[in-house]
Design a protein around this ligand. Structure first.
Ligand code: HEC
Ligand code: HEC
Ligand code: HEC
Ligand code: HEC
Length: 466
């Protein structure tokens, strides 16, 4: 029997489920009572062109997640049999999606500890925390059903509903009308990457610092395709969906996510406003384990792509390493340029600010080029296998000695195998599960990570191919 590829769910920050909101409000006052919203879409797929404003900054009024949660809207207890959308999105979000508990996390023990260490009285009153842990829009955009305690709610990702709700309940309107009315194009990989990374990495107006990490905030680790699956998905990509919306393979989602993360990092490092804590560049963008690991078991090993010696902090280049492997599949020359520029960046960090800026400037063009390239293309199964093999080979050459890179590689391999399986082009991939699980186990606990264990997992991933 055919078994699916299993990507173990990784709760990087420890279990989240405990502080999710306990129950769904039963007395939902909604505008949407008798409308079965999902049944009426039948339009052809629209692809997104213009760069949309993130929901956080779009200035569209919020109606509140509860408004979307009526039992005939998106709040059904179970998926509807004959509806275009599942209709139980609210319940999935409320019960299983850590985003619904994101505000409550600010008053959890860990949240209180971070606040105390930063000299903050209550993190629930602090803009820097609220900007990522809830839909922190100005008061004048909050309607009476809006509740800040809902955390990262429907409109944090889908956009303030004030102008598109009418279309939505009427059932009229094409995808383009929704986009015009301010719904955010979450189906578009580039737009999705920008959205998720705005909280899971940083954005120019809500950045996170090593100071916040030092106070006890979990390290942020993100891979767009894996995290999309882990959220978990509250939608189903079926025939109807394919007609209405553009779809992308998981590998494309991964690729665009990597390129966007690299771009955001480069931009952040070039932004003087985000490097104002006195230490330049901001340590948040460095490889945490370059400084934080036990000295009892020396770990440093030379990597071909990092031409700085031991004892020098390294920038977190995990996205750039993934990008290099990816770029090689679409444009080997670009991949070689990326290697040269990444080396130059590493080298520059011991040469001072001017050298760093110049290296970042060069890299920035290459990375933007890759964002556009990946956003405009998709990968067929042969290309996916090629990337898989290249990733494993890169790891076996010693490029994944750093945990953060190994972590990105693991999520990437899971994403590729899942996409190959979804393409239906391959036979049973069950044999890969054990090797993938080995890789996930090797990165599970930072204190247990060793390059040797990871290498062994990579060998299994290579052997599974035979
Ligand atoms: C407004 C900020 C914000 C946006 C936008 C956002 N997230 Fe999150 N996300 C968070 C916060 C905060 C948490 C931690 C919640 C908690 O544990 O209390 C989180 C947690 C998660 C987790 C659980 C992580 C873990 O370690 O278990 C996943 C998965 C996730 N987000 C995926 C996504 C994806 C995919 C997107 C884009 C479609 C996205 N997020 C967009 C803020 C955001
Ligand atoms: C740039 C966005 C961002 C900012 C700013 C931010 N957080 Fe977070 N926070 C996140 C994300 C994303 C996660 C989930 C990390 C993961 O698991 O991958 C998280 C996780 C957490 C967790 C762990 C949740 C859990 O379930 O264990 C706590 C506690 C927390 N944040 C508190 C704070 C506090 C307090 C502040 C303000 C000082 C703050 N955060 C600022 C994005 C942010
Ligand atoms: C962290 C971001 C995030 C949050 C929070 C979120 N969504 Fe989504 N939602 C997505 C993504 C990503 C997709 C998949 C891409 C797409 O189809 O647009 C999606 C898809 C959907 C779809 C589309 C299904 C289809 O077939 O077209 C519906 C409906 C939906 N979400 C409703 C909701 C509701 C209702 C809530 C709140 C209870 C919610 N979402 C909260 C990110 C989010
Ligand atoms: C250049 C070296 C360096 C890098 C890179 C670095 N840190 Fe730190 N970190 C420090 C120093 C120095 C301290 C302060 C240690 C102390 O007070 O004992 C610290 C403190 C911390 C603490 C508090 C430790 C404690 O004992 O409570 C945490 C947590 C932390 N860092 C997380 C991170 C994360 C996450 C990253 C990556 C995003 C990171 N650090 C990157 C040097 C670094």
């Amino acid at each position: 029997m055919k078994t699916s590829i299993v990507r173990p769910i990784q709760f990087w920050a420890g279990s989240k489920i405990n502080h999710l909101k306990p129950s769904v409000s039963k007395s939902l006052k909604t505008l949407l009572l008798s409308v079965i919203s999902g049944l009426m879409f039948s339009i052809s797929a629209v692809s997104v062109q213009a760069e949309p404003e993130l929901p956080h900054y779009s200035g569209k009024a919020r109606l509140g997640s509860q408004t979307c949660g009526g039992s005939t809207c998106n709040g059904a207890a179970k998926p509807w049999a004959n509806s275009a959308v599942l209709q139980n999105e609210f319940v999935t979000w409320s019960n299983d999606d850590p985003h619904s508990g994101a505000y409550n996390a600010l008053s959890s023990d860990r949240g209180k500890r971070i606040a105390k260490n930063l000299g903050i009285e209550d993190a629930r009153q602090e803009k820097v925390c609220l900007d990522c842990h809830t839909d922190n829009v100005p008061k004048e955009l909050q309607s009476k059903n809006f509740d800040i305690a809902d955390g990262v709610g429907c409109e944090s990702c889908h956009g303030g509903a004030v102008e598109w709700l009418g279309l939505h309940v009427s059932g009229f309107g094409q995808r383009q009308d929704y986009l015009d009315a301010g719904i955010y194009p979450t189906e578009d990989p580039k737009a999705r990457a920008k959205l998720c990374l705005s909280c899971h990495l940083s954005d120019p107006r809500k950045s996170i610092t090593h100071r916040i990490m030092g106070a006890g905030h979990p390290r942020l680790a993100f891979e767009l395709d894996t995290f999309t699956a882990n959220q978990p998905a509250h939608y189903r990509i079926d025939a109807d969906y394919k007609q209405r919306k553009q779809q992308s393979s998981g590998v494309k989602v991964w690729a665009v996510g990597q390129a966007m993360a690299a771009q955001i990092t480069v931009e952040a490092l070039m932004d003087k406003n985000r490097n104002s804590a006195g230490i330049f560049p901001e340590l948040f963008y460095f490889d945490c384990y370059a400084c934080h690991h036990s000295m009892e078991e020396p770990r440093w090993e030379r990597r071909e792509s990092v031409n700085i010696g031991p004892g020098v902090p390294r920038l977190n280049d995990s996205n750039l390493v993934m990008l290099r492997v990816l770029a090689n599949a679409v444009d080997p020359t670009l991949s070689a340029t990326l290697l040269t520029q990444t080396r130059a960046l590493h080298e520059s960090s011991s040469k001072g600010q001017e050298a760093t800026m110049s290296a970042l400037d060069d890299l920035s063009g290459t990375v933007s080029n890759l964002v556009d390239k990946f956003a405009a293309s998709d990968f067929d199964t042969a290309a996916m296998w090629k990337i898989y093999d290249a990733l494993v080979a890169e790891g076996l050459r010693g490029e994944f000695v750093d945990l953060i890179t190994a972590e990105q590689a693991t999520m990437a391999l899971g994403s590729i195998l899942t996409a190959i399986e979804a393409s239906g082009a391959s036979d049973d991939l069950q044999g890969y599960n054990e090797a993938l699980a080995k890789a996930y186990t090797a990165i599970d606990k930072s204190e247990d990570y060793t390059p040797a264990k990871y290498s062994a997992a990579l060998k299994s991933l290579a052997a599974a191919r035979k």
